[in-house]
Design a protein around this ligand. Structure first.
Ligand code: NAP
Length: 149
């Protein structure tokens, strides 16, 4: 299973100045819970941002300087950033998407075909779960999608 994991603002932003534009501890805890013990596929720029490597998870850092191909049987989380989401999108079987209910300025956006999963029906994906985290200073909705066979 190759699972894409992303958090995105209402205006499509995922990053600013090499880091996340927000600090939402509940969303970070959810990310930690979902990916704990697993293997993360992470872009070089994201890996160089603060907090990496993350504890309790193996990291595969994607760079043009190393050869790396995903073997279809591997169980991995593709955790961004945008360049890496774009690169692995055709291989993604599942998506965990947190839609942050606020707008942020930023310089990196989630590719449109992923961002629109939260707002438009996509015949290639089915919604498996939707959970609203309401009682927070910045609420968010967590979506889980699965690619149709
Ligand atoms: N909100 C979220 O869920 C989330 C998640 C992750 C990241 N982010 C944010 O996203 C931003 C970074 O994203 P980004 O898109 O700028 O960078 P990125 O995807 O993290 O990393 C880009 C790097 O990936 C490598 N790469 C790109 N295409 C490649 C290819 N075809 N083959 C091999 N390697 C390739 C290159 O490394 P080399 O230059 O070494 O070749 C490139 O510099 C940060 O602000 C970060 O905080 C947000």
């Amino acid at each position: 299973m190759t699972t894409l994991v992303a958090a995105v603002s209402e205006n499509g932003v995922i990053g600013r100045n090499g880091t996340l534009p927000w600090r939402i501890p509940e969303e970070s805890r959810l990310f930690r819970r979902l990916t704990w013990g697993g293997t993360l596929v992470v872009g070089k720029k994201t890996f160089e941002s603060s907090g990496f490597p993350l504890p309790g998870r193996r990291h595969i850092v994607v760079s043009r300087k190393n050869e790396f191909t995903l073997n279809g049987n591997e169980n991995v989380f593709v955790i961004g950033g945008a360049e890496i989401y774009r690169l692995f999108w055709p291989k993604i079987n599942a998506v965990y998407l947190s839609l942050i209910h606020a707008e942020y300025d930023g310089d990196v956006r989630l590719p449109d075909e992923i961002f629109t999963l939260a707002s438009k029906k996509n015949p290639k994906f089915s919604l498996v779960e939707r959970r609203f985290y309401a009682a927070l200073p910045v609420p968010f909705t967590f979506f889980r999608f699965r690619r149709n066979e």
